[in-house]
Design a binder for this molecule. Structure first.
Ligand SMILES: Cc1cc2nc3c(=O)[nH]c(=O)nc-3n(C[C@H](O)[C@H](O)[C@H](O)COP(=O)(O)O)c2cc1C
Length: 398
């Protein structure tokens, strides 16, 4: 144990549920301890089929809680652990445990501890691909993300029984980094929805109306938010890699993006996607032929996603983006009209700002008419400044 590690003196409850990846929890316990954390472990009954509690007891130096009653030294181990914890991390998290937490079913020591704590929670799912992709699991994951739970992984790779695919638990080193971020960052326990990329509106099966947005800005914000410990849902049409511990929902059209956004109930929403304002009113089933001559394409409005979020009863802290080509007057007007808390405006006509480049020059517009131009910076720096601003604003309202 070290006293100068990144988690020196921090109190971590490590929850272990019943999957083959339970062996990784022993490595995770060692990593947490080597960063100076105090660790207490709680295991489900099924977890003890995969890893003996004696292993985690010996590593942590404390008895492992495996049941709600009959625990030596505590008549109420779940509330004791829940109050003691500064962070709870469940790794591995089975489908059963994830589902129990999502519906508040506190029927064993692990789920009862999770329900009995106010500490931020992270789960590292581990399961076969079929179980991970099952709608019931995905519903539970969406609920947890909306509740501010950080979802770590899963990765795609080798699974038990020689199978391969998404569902493999993230490596203990990755889980450790997420825990460090949650304790260090100012956004632990905050759920953030981020949209990214440009939407594509189908004309026929091969053609679409699109825009030049790359998704780089939104992905940079998602990466920084995850690094600060937020529970991030990234709804993206971009094909950039997933940034860190985020829940990714891949979409293509404005309608798909609207549907994905509607299923999330976050504390903060950052709408960085370039959503098409109009789409062809007819999406032809078959490819249009040149021989038939130029088609007449009639456009209709797409759903106004920003407005829909602004009008919610439980309205998140809302950050809009506006891509303009010239004066910022329209952006200031949009900040007022759309009911956002902050609007990030960028002039996408400049070669070093806006779409597809790594830098951005933005002006922050407040609904009361104030504007704050920021100098040209890497998108990662702009992302950090936007999140600094949000942390400040949340600090004022919390
Ligand atoms: C060999 C074996 C491996 C298993 N691996 C997993 C797994 O990786 N993920 C999972 O969700 N369930 C897995 N299960 C099923 C769980 O053990 C089962 O759903 C159990 O009820 C989980 O309980 P718990 O969440 O209380 O630990 C496995 C079962 C067996 C027999």
């Amino acid at each position: 144990m070290t006293s100068d590690g990144r988690l020196a003196g921090r109190r971590v409850v490590l929850g272990v549920s019943g999957g083959v990846a339970a062996y990784k929890s022993a490595v995770l316990a060692r990593l947490l301890l080597s960063e100076g954390a105090e660790v207490r472990a709680v295991m489900t009954r099924a977890a003890t089929d995969f890893l003996g509690p004696a292993t985690l007891a010996a590593l942590t130096g404390h008895p492992v809680v495996t049941s709600l009653v009959g625990h030596e030294g505590s008549v109420s181990p779940h509330t004791d652990l829940g109050r003691w914890a500064e962070v709870v991390v469940v790794a591995p998290a089975t489908t059963a445990t994830i589902s129990r937490i999502a519906v508040g079913l506190s029927e064993d020591a692990l789920s009862a501890t999770v329900l009995a704590t106010r500490a931020p929670l992270a789960v590292a799912p581990a399961m076969h691909t079929e179980m991970w992709e099952h709608p019931a699991t995905q519903r539970a994951i969406a609920t947890l993300t909306g509740d501010g739970v950080t979802i770590i992984g899963p990765e795609s790779g080798a699974l038990a029984g020689g199978d391969e695919g998404p569902g493999r638990m993230s490596e203990p080193e990755t889980v450790l980094e997420a825990v460090v971020a949650m304790l260090a960052g100012g956004l632990g326990g905050t759920s953030i929805l981020i949209t990214a990329g440009g939407t594509r509106e189908a004309i026929d099966p091969v053609r679409y109306i699109g825009n030049r947005s790359s998704g780089k800005m939104g992905h940079a914000i998602a990466e920084e938010a995850a690094r600060r410990g937020a529970a991030v849902t990234l709804v993206t049409s971009s094909h950039l890699p997933s940034p860190g511990a985020v829940r990714r929902v891949q979409v293509e059209s404005a309608q798909e993006m609207a549907d994905a956004v509607a299923s999330v109930d976050p504390d903060v929403a950052i709408m960085a996607a370039a959503v098409a304002d109009f789409r062809p009113s007819t999406n032809h089933d078959a490819k249009l032929s040149r021989a038939d001559g130029p088609p007449e394409i009639v456009l209709e409005p797409t759903p106004d996603i920003l407005k829909t979020v602004a009008d919610r009863v439980r309205r998140p802290f809302l950050v809009g983006f506006a891509a303009e080509t010239g004066s910022l007057e329209r952006a200031v007007e949009k900040a007022r009209r759309k009911g956002v808390d902050v609007l990030v405006a960028n002039d996408v006509s400049q070669p070093d700002a806006g779409f597809a480049v790594d830098t951005n020059r933005v002006t922050i517009c407040w609904p009361d008419g104030r504007t704050e131009p920021w100098e040209l910076a890497q998108k990662s720096v702009v992302a950090a400044r936007i999140l600094d601003l949000i942390e400040r604003e949340l600090g004022r309202t919390r």
